[in-house]
Design a protein around this ligand. Structure first.
Ligand code: M6R
Length: 617
């Protein structure tokens, strides 16, 4: 879950690499480093802490570079985030530099072997073994073939990795390898790039190449060669990135998260674009699962982590209601360890913004081994999870840089609704006009989200007033329960506060004992339309907690006067169909968490201990 960048070409390599790292800092930010060839000599600089520390070090000690460089921003797995453990790592002769994303599982054994052969280790990382192995391999070969050396080393590694190396022995070359970890190549004109994410090089080129599993790429200024680990030419997919550098920049906002929150109406609209054919039927082009396969499905299992898991919990309500197919939702990290019952008739839906979460990837691989069909819902084109799935539905949220998922959550919801409706369509469970009615309601969502965004100033004020609170509880029912969970997660990750969500009906079974004088409790109230029983029950829940001293913060649809007498703060959201309410109800909770975190002085784009893309289990 680190960020890597490589460049070869006529531009000042150091600048290109550091600029690329700035765009990848969301992937990890506990240390950063670069390696360049300067007059044929390998030079490295690395610093613990954010990229700013590395920039300061480079300013103090400026380097020229020969147009070849690699850079890394780290999220520590092996070894503390210190200068010494920061990447790149070099061999003992200081001729080879390596950066790495992932975990080399057999590194301990390899390290023992290398130490026995006299290698001196300077870090606690798993990565350093690769620098020494490459060095040994180059010495043994004697032909300066860094690509061949990398292939040979990769055959000895176990685990998940993207590795990038440069060497004084091959001064025109950047070599990279991947296994179960992201790597994309950017094809330029007389220059080439590689990175964990296209965002790193989008300012230079939008022509990308997606590498497959167990492949090695050799990048020169005028050529890109991809092989498998045995050196045979390997197939790759070339594609054009349909967003530009400005989409990955802050656009005048102090934080990406603030920008990404206000981008939500556009993101929702874009995710709906092009889904309905001229004859009014829903068409999901990248679905790749034939209608007859979808008609055979007898059970759906949704696997995901964090915010994506919350999207899955909401999807369950919609899919079961519209399609009458049993739907389970499970945290991906738990899934394969409980021996789940899967077969060919099970459709597994893997939801992942990044398409790289290792927990979700491993769960989907397990599902495919059990012969289940897998459909991915993902925001990153060409990432591993959609590539390894039978079908994919891309959310079109654009790049999300802030670590906290916001616009991608709303677009995941839209994608889940589309999947539910599509299943209902192919299984003949809904008439076309019924589906079109719901699509029409979805099409109005961007406007409704925009309305929420126009009216959130009081939510910001409320958040600032609660900056000293120790705990905030969240309650919801039906689809409002996962919304409450998402609200609590946002507050934990951004404001570092204790926050917990409960199904409001569960209160009386224990959690009500937590209620004390002044405790802030956010309650997501279901629509009165269609779910009046639930609505009335939650109004009773609000009265119960208020009677015990809670400070009630109530999110309810506009015009719902029944909650007004029991709300210390009432946050009104537009009245929308019950199943779609999460799209509007989540937005004030995102704003609330973001503002409260800012009031505490926290960095909302890069909260402590977190990374955007979690590529370790
Ligand atoms: O990329 P993914 O959707 O697979 O990521 C899953 C979680 O790591 C992610 O949603 C995380 O919980 C977010 N930081 C929440 O805001």
């Amino acid at each position: 879950m680190c960020g890597i960048v490589g460049y070869v070409g006529p531009k000042p390599a150091l600048e290109v690499v550091v600029e690329g790292l700035a765009r990848l800092e969301y992937r990890g930010y506990d240390s950063a480093g670069v390696a360049v060839l300067s007059d044929g000599k390998l030079q490295t600089e690395k610093r613990a802490g954010k990229l700013a520390n590395l920039r300061a070090a480079l300013k103090e000690n400026p380097r020229s570079a020969d147009g070849i460089g690699i850079g890394h921003t780290r999220w520590a797995t092996h070894g503390a985030p210190t200068d010494g453990n920061a990447h790149p790592h070099v061999d003992n002769a200081n001729r080879v530099a390596v950066i790495h994303n992932g975990i080399i599982e057999n590194f301990a054994q390899l390290r023992v072997e290398l130490e026995e052969r006299g290698c001196k280790f300077r870090s606690e990382t798993d990565t350093e073994v690769v620098a020494h192995l490459l060095s040994e391999e180059l010495a043994e070969r004697g032909d300066n073939d860094l690509g061949a050396a990398m292939r040979s080393v990769c055959r000895r590694l176990e685990g998940a990795f993207t590795l990038v190396a440069i060497s004084e022995d091959a001064p025109d070359l950047v070599v990279a390898a991947r296994r179960n970890s992201p790597l994309v190549v950017g094809r330029g004109d007389g220059e080439n790039f590689l990175a964990s994410d296209v965002a790193a090089f989008i300012a230079h080129t939008r022509d990308a190449i997606e590498l497959g599993q167990d492949q090695v790429v050799e990048l020169r200024a005028d050529s890109i060669t991809v092989t498998d680990y045995d050196g045979a030419p390997a197939p790759v997919r070339e594609y054009h990135v349909d967003w530009d550098a400005s989409a990955a920049e802050k656009g005048g906002y102090e934080y990406f998260m603030l920008k990404e929150i206000v981008e939500q109406p556009r993101a929702v609209a874009d995710t709906l674009l092009g889904r309905v054919a001229v004859d009014g039927t829903l068409t999901l082009d990248e679905m790749r699962l034939a209608p007859h396969e979808l008609r055979e499905i007898s059970k759906i299992v949704i696997i995901a982590c964090g915010t994506s898991y919350h999207a899955g919990l909401i999807a369950k309500y919609a899919i079961e209601h519209w399609c009458r197919i049993p739907c389970e939702v499970e945290v991906a990290s738990e899934f394969r360890y409980r021996d789940p019952i899967l077969d060919r008739q099970t459709l597994v839906i893997a939801i992942s913004q990044s398409g790289e979460s290792m927990d979700t990837l491993m769960a989907l691989r397990y599902a495919r081994e059990q012969q289940s069909r897998v459909l991915a819902i993902c925001n990153v084109n060409g990432s591993t999870i959609p590539r390894e799935s039978d079908g994919v539905l891309y959310t079109h949220a654009g790049p999300e840089v802030g670590v906290a998922a916001t616009k991608t959550f709303l677009t995941q919801l839209v994608a889940c609704y589309l999947v539910g409706l599509y299943l209902a369509q192919v299984r003949g469970l809904k008439f076309g006009d019924e589906i079109n009615t719901i699509i029409g309601q979805l099409a109005r969502m961007p406007e409704q989200v925009d309305k929420v965004l126009q009216t959130v100033e009081p939510v910001r004020e409320l958040a600032r007033s609660l900056a000293d609170a120790k705990t905030v509880l969240f309650l919801g029912r039906h689809v409002g329960y996962p919304v409450a969970m998402e609200g609590a997660l946002k507050l934990k990750e951004l404001a570092y506060m204790h926050a917990e969500a409960f199904a409001a009906g569960e209160l009386k079974h224990g959690p009500i004992a937590l209620i004390e004088d002044g405790l802030p409790v956010v309650v997501v109230v279901p629509s009165r339309e269609g779910r009046s029983v639930l609505h009335d029950k939650i109004v009773s829940n609000i009265q119960e907690i208020r009677a015990r001293g809670a400070r009630t913060i109530v999110i309810a649809e506009e015009g719902d006067d029944s909650v007004r007498p029991y709300s210390d703060t009432l946050i009104e959201i537009p009245a929308v169909p019950t199943l779609l309410q999460p799209i509007v109800a989540t937005v004030p909770l995102q704003v609330f968490a973001c503002e409260l975190a800012l009031a505490k002085g926290n960095d909302v784009d890069q909260p402590r201990n977190l990374a955007k893309s979690v590529t370790v289990e």
